[in-house]
Design a protein around this ligand. Structure first.
Ligand code: HEM
Length: 451
């Protein structure tokens, strides 16, 4: 049997809702399934490295045994693989789906593109562990990997262009514009990564405080809000339920962008009221994002992960803002409190959002994230990890030697972090094992279809 590119009209299960269209539905779960598998494989590996570095911080003598592969070498491996592996590959899957690259003749090229990406990450990890790094957080690319990773990005870009060209005749005008502008923006990313990885070029830091400005925080969070607003448009047909609430959200976004542009990018202290008050404008997104997402129709498998990422969002935004306040930031800056905030953002909010995105794209295959124990173990462990890091950070703010000199309180917190890390690792392993099973099933199905 041969299945071709087609346009299928799906009927809403909810009575009273208009039918919605999904273009180009074809037998194309493999690219998304494979992207999910790649990202989960990197998550498991990066979590294992996280457990190792947590052990190294608790028992620094292990460093001597591992010399020269000590803490400083593993740290970029941990954070870069979490970012470019676990956090990026689901979005690569999203782009493949949004541009229709996982259907038609371009579908065959998804697998090589995903493997080029993972190979670039593998080479990057090898270079970091052997001591080659630019020293810039999340931009550690030097030598061959500094070229290889942008090349992987360009391979993805070329595939998206091919898919865009292939779907030109069936695409609506608005879709052509949005996707065309998206491709122009994505074209710059490989070069930007290459240039930004240079140690001679530093990101803007407030020289007075060594921390971010309210304007820069607002700017980066607005990028996250933009991603949140765009995602449902690529994940669903985009034409369902209350469109008025959707328009309202985009108007608020436009107003806040103007506010951000008005603030400028000058290096000013976070003690200035205009800085923390403008940042407070982000609090408006606490009700707006859940309202926006309620305006779309989602696969039933997404329900618990949608609730989870929205719950983390509601915790993340006010805590992030509170951390920026005068007095609080001065106390917490560069302490374990910020490690806690990073984990809240990445392992709590971003990870839940990514799983939600993957489940929506996988549809019925999203069962791989349905496990109850892994769901609760992940969230409760991350929550506990964040809480103990905030406690450690608060002590460190008062007494800077707290985390350097071993003591009962410090060792207890670090041992608990290690234990929680093992639990987080096990939850991710459970998803990877299920993703493996799902992938095998998909491949067997595809082989059956071809035969
Ligand atoms: C098995 C679970 C994990 C363990 C045991 C773990 C452990 C660690 C440790 C020990 C650090 C270094 C903290 C320091 O320098 O004092 C760290 C930093 C970091 N980890 Fe993890 N981690 C885990 C999972 C994750 C996940 C899932 C993510 C992202 C999705 C993540 C993102 C980060 C980031 C962004 C930092 C840098 C924090 C900062 O310096 O502000 N980690 N992690």
């Amino acid at each position: 049997m041969s299945l071709s590119r087609s346009t299928v009209v799906l009927r809403s299960e909810n009575a009273g809702l208009k039918p919605f269209r999904i273009s180009n539905v074809a037998p194309r779960p493999n690219a998304i399934a494979l992207a999910s598998w790649h990202s989960l494989a990197w998550l498991v590996f990066a979590n294992a490295v996280g457990v190792l570095i947590a052990a190294l911080l608790l028992m620094p003598r292990i460093n001597t045994l591992l010399t020269p592969w000590t803490y400083g070498r593993w740290m970029p491996v941990h954070i870069d693989l979490q970012l470019y592996g676990w956090c990026s590959l689901p979005l690569v899957g999203f782009l493949l789906r949004a541009y229709g690259a996982d259907a038609g003749w371009t579908a065959a090229w998804c697998r090589p593109v995903l493997w080029i990406w993972s190979t670039a990450l593998g080479v990057g990890a090898l270079s970091w562990i052997t001591g080659h790094s630019s020293g810039k957080l999340f931009l550690d690319w030097v030598g061959y990997p500094r070229v290889l990773f942008p090349l992987a990005l360009m391979a993805l870009w070329a595939l998206l262009v091919a898919a865009f060209a292939a779907s030109w005749s069936v695409e609506r005008t608005i879709g052509r514009w949005v996707k065309g502008i998206g491709l122009v923006a994505l074209f710059a990313i490989p070069l930007l990564i290459y240039v930004a990885a240079s140690p001679n070029l530093y990101p803007p830091i407030n020289p007075d405080s060594g921390g971010p400005t309210g304007a820069s925080q607002l700017e980066s969070t607005l990028v996250i809000v933009a991603v949140l607003l765009f995602l449902p448009l690529g994940l669903t047909s985009g034409r369902q339920r209350r469109s008025s609430s959707r328009v309202f959200c985009w108007l608020v976004f436009a107003a806040e962008t103007l506010l951000c542009l008005g603030l400028g990018r000058a290096d000013v202290s976070h003690h200035r009221p205009v800085q923390f008050m403008s940042l407070a404008s982000l609090l408006v997104w606490l009700p707006l994002i859940p309202m926006y997402y309620a305006g779309f129709m989602w696969h039933p498998n997404t329900k618990r992960w949608r609730i989870a990422f929205l719950a983390w969002w509601v915790v993340l935004v006010p805590t992030g803002w509170s951390l920026f306040l005068p007095g609080v930031l001065d106390h917490f800056k560069f302490t374990d409190g910020l490690v806690g905030h990073s984990l809240l953002a990445m392992a709590g909010f971003v990870s839940s959002l990514l799983i939600f995105v993957m489940v929506q794209m996988l549809g019925n295959d999203g069962w791989i994230f349905n496990g109850t124990w892994s769901f609760y173990v992940w969230h409760l462990s991350v929550l506990a990890y964040v809480a103990i890091m905030f406690i450690a950070g608060w002590h460190e703010g008062t007494n800077p030697t707290f985390n350097i000199l071993p003591g009962a309180a410090r060792n207890g917190i670090y041992a608990l972090r290690l234990l929680l890390g093992v639990l987080i690792f096990l939850a991710s392993l459970d998803w990877l094992i299920d993703a493996n099973t799902m992938l095998r099933e998909k491949e067997a199905e595809a082989a059956g279809v071809t035969a």
